[in-house]
Design a protein around this ligand. Structure first.
Ligand code: SAH
Length: 338
């Protein structure tokens, strides 16, 4: 088993079960996440017998980078190979607050959004928590950088791999380890309502982002298959419930696609739905995907859409196109290298 799969509590329970003292888990945790050793033999303070037991039962699995692409804007995309030869990708974003990593949660994705490269190939499997943790550790090592924030927005639907993603969040937030601030973690979902409700009950300070991408039910069903199971208005209701319960702001992601969802009436419908709610709109220029007959909105349309929302008092930003030249949109690199 990959030791990165274990939460701190699980590691402690394991050590207690083999008659080890509790403080050993902190020691091991620091070796893994602070000193970032890649073999148990480097955990010299544990003593030979415990090192041998760990070696017999666990591995320390870093991921193998297959390709690294750097865009002129500083965005870096890494293609990783997993132990079973499957491939996933990570995107490193360099922003004002330091390095941020966009983490994948599944090999492929079953959600089938028509604009998304990841959905062009069905899910092969879920990622283990440790494989998500390794994306951070391996990227830090590979690029010699320190990652301070994480967006769970890579390949896959995180709420379709709920428990592993939750454990991943616990592991990277754990003190004496990577200790990535809980408010520096954002999880993005296509709108699996029961999981949004479950996540709300976890009472974590993690940021939630919803991929909305439409202002009405029909358009959303056209773009996102998931809308048939969890319709637009039910999703809006669940966002309201989440806002009331957590008192935390929710991010609404909205890709602007030419003549699909970028008309003035779309902006006005959004205003009616979201005015006075504690949400923050992130308008994203559509990143074209080979084989998909959709186009980004023009610069004027984007700006106009932004202005209409802004004028109505909606908190909104337009994300600058990042990583366009390296096909950094969800899943684009992986499908080219299958
Ligand atoms: N499954 C999750 C997280 C992964 S996708 C979700 O749906 O939220 C991360 C974000 O990238 C989502 O908002 C998704 O809709 C968006 N995205 C996917 N393909 C894109 C593309 N070609 N251009 C711009 N954004 C894209």
């Amino acid at each position: 088993m990959n030791i990165f799969d274990l939460t701190f509590e699980q590691l402690t329970d394991y050590l207690l079960s083999i008659q080890q003292k509790k403080y050993r888990s902190t020691q091991i945790w620091e070796f893994l996440y602070r000193h970032r050793v890649q073999s148990f033999s480097e955990m010299y303070t544990l003593g030979a017998p415990l090192i041998a037991t760990l070696e017999a039962n666990f591995t320390i699995d870093y991921l193998q980078p297959l390709k690294t692409l750097t865009d002129s804007d500083g965005t870096i995309k890494i293609l990783y190979q997993l132990n079973d030869q499957q491939k996933i990708e990570c995107v490193v974003l360099n922003n004002a607050y330091g390095y941020s990593l966009c983490v994948s949660t599944q090999v492929g994705c079953n959600m089938g959004c028509i604009f998304c490269a990841s959905g062009q190939h069905k899910k092969i499997r879920d990622l283990q928590s440790g494989e998500m943790v390794s994306q951070i550790l391996s990227s830090q090592k590979h690029l010699n950088i320190d990652i301070r924030s994480v967006v769970i927005m890579g390949i896959g639907e995180p709420f379709d791999n709920y428990q592993n993603v939750l454990n991943f969040i616990k592991i990277i937030n754990q003190p004496k380890g990577l200790e990535i601030g809980i408010r520096h973690i954002t999880i993005s979902t296509c709108g699996i309502i029961p999981k949004i409700k479950q996540f709300m009950q976890e009472n974590l300070q993690v940021n939630l982002a919803i991929s909305l991408h439409a202002s009405d039910d029909k358009t959303r069903t056209y773009l996102m298959k998931i809308n048939q199971a969890y319709p637009f208005l039910d999703l809006i209701a669940s966002i309201k419930e989440y806002l009331d319960f957590t008192k935390r702001r929710v991010t609404i992601e909205y890709i602007l696609i030419d003549h699909v969802n970028d008309q003035e009436e779309d902006a006005h419908r959004l205003i009616n739905l979201f005015k006075n709610l504690n949400v923050y709109f992130n308008l994203i220029p559509y990143n074209p995907v080979t084989g998909v007959n959709l186009h980004p909105s023009t610069r004027e349309t984007r700006q106009n859409f932004f202005n209409i929302l802004k004028k109505a008092g909606i908190d909104v930003t337009i994300r600058n196109p990042q990583g366009e030249n390296i096909e950094a949109a969800c899943g684009q690199l992986r499908i080219k290298n299958l």
